[in-house]
Design a protein around this ligand. Structure first.
Ligand code: SF4
Length: 408
């Protein structure tokens, strides 16, 4: 139960109002979490519940508002349902009576986003759905017929869901870049932005992956870096720094020692590093008054000299010499109407899954909006991106090609 949301597969329950979705959700979890009532549209906000699904492991279930809700409130609920779709690793499309254009729409949407799904036919205890079963069979959809009163049918659904959830490759943060015995120096500034008494998630995970690879992680602050490097009998395999200290670190790390940043490691682990570097090509084209979106995947306390709200906007405007307009969107829901932005600058997304980050990148691409992440743009604006991409030759080659073609 302690597994963070970012490490859980997300299973979303979708369907028309009053299709028995919330009752099924409760039966699936085995508790009364979602509100269940006889009149349509009772579930307003998506409801989240963590559980263990064998053999997948820890998952997050999301019960959504009926996707066909009517009226203003309904539109709001349906848009929230749409905004949680990007989180889904798999879906249950719940249906209790005839197949309609709503189901067609949902299936289209799920297929478009590559989300595997199971059609779940409910209220089978009422014995009225043979026609529906025949139709779903004819479409060759994976399906289950369940009754909330019949635990066997619910268990069969759990097994079917497990079988459709894909095991996807997730690049590690650093484990594949290091070998046993390698010394890895990690530069962790302890400034006002650092949480009290602990390290942040990507730093902890990089330490853990180094240990898993039987490498030797050495953690130091940027002020002690030079002294740390001088104290070592062997050259480190790599230096990894917090992005905000990259300028200082570059000055202290010998040229024959590769270096990168935690954010760039995170960009590959959670997203698409090539695409996030490609996004830099939007920067030379920015004009006065253009809208730039800063996207943060969580809401957290902000500081006077906040990286998203103050530092990146200041560095970017100094770099381009133009006045662009910044909007910040924080939270796990992805903002709608992103097409008005000329550039999206996204955080590392440490609290969301890789699928969610990839869908954010896909969504930006769909609307033709270039997207970069904090780590990439900070190193770029400070003129050290080539250096910070050293551990990733393919991405570095793209970057150099963009430079020589004067696209950045
Ligand atoms: S989700 Fe984004 S903004 Fe929140 S802590 Fe992680 S990297 Fe920072």
């Amino acid at each position: 139960m302690k597994t963070a949301e970012a490490y859980r597969k997300h299973l979303i329950f979708l369907g028309r109002r009053n299709s028995g979705k919330s009752s099924l959700f409760n039966a699936f979890v085995g508790s009364e979490i979602a509100i269940v009532a006889d009149h349509p549209g009772t579930t307003t906000d998506p409801v989240y519940k963590s559980m263990e699904l064998s053999p997948i492991g820890p998952i997050m279930l999301i019960d959504t508002a009926g996707i066909d809700d009517e009226g203003y409130l309904g539109k709001l609920r349906a848009s929230k349902t749409n905004s949680v779709l990007y989180k889904a690793d798999a879906a249950c499309l719940v249906i209790d009576s005839g197949w309609t254009e709503f189901e067609d729409e949902i299936v289209k949407e799920l297929k478009k986003r590559g989300i595997p799904f199971v059609v779940v036919i409910t209220k089978s205890d009422l014995g009225k759905n043979q026609e529906l079963i025949d139709l779903v069979k004819s479409q060759k959809f994976v399906y289950c017929v369940v009754s909330k009163y019949d635990e066997k049918s619910i268990e069969a659904l759990r097994v079917t869901i497990s079988s459709v959830m894909k095991e996807e490759y997730e690049p590690p943060l650093i484990e594949d870049l290091v070998d046993g015995g390698d010394i890895i120096v990690l530069v962790v500034p302890i400034d006002l932005g650092a949480p009290k008494g602990r390290l942040i998630v990507p730093q902890i995970e990089v330490i853990r992956e180094c240990l898993d690879a039987e490498a030797i992680p050495i953690v130091t602050k940027e002020r002690e870096l030079r002294w740390t490097l001088e104290s070592l009998k062997r050259k480190p395999k790599m230096v990894v720094t917090d992005s905000q200290a990259v300028m200082r670190v570059v000055a202290d790390v010998p040229l024959d020692v590769p270096m990168t940043t935690f954010s760039i490691l995170e960009a590959r682990h959670k997203g698409d590093l090539l695409e996030l570097v490609r996004g830099l090509s939007a920067i030379p084209a920015l004009k006065d008054g253009d809208d730039v979106l800063i996207g943060e995947a969580c809401t957290h306390r902000t500081l006077a000299d906040d990286i998203a709200r103050v530092k990146i906007p200041r560095w970017l405007m100094n770099f381009i010499g133009k006045n662009v307009r910044f909007s910040v969107h924080s939270g796990r829901e992805y903002p709608e109407e992103i097409e008005k932005y000329k550039l999206i600058i996204h955080c590392g997304g440490c609290v969301v899954t890789r699928n969610m980050m990839l869908r954010r990148i896909e969504e930006a691409k769909k609307f033709g909006v270039p997207i970069v992440n904090y780590g990439v743009i900070i190193s770029y604006l400070h003129g050290v991106l080539g250096r910070a991409l050293e551990p990733f030759p393919q991405v570095k080659a793209l970057y150099e090609e963009m430079e020589s073609a004067k696209r950045i």
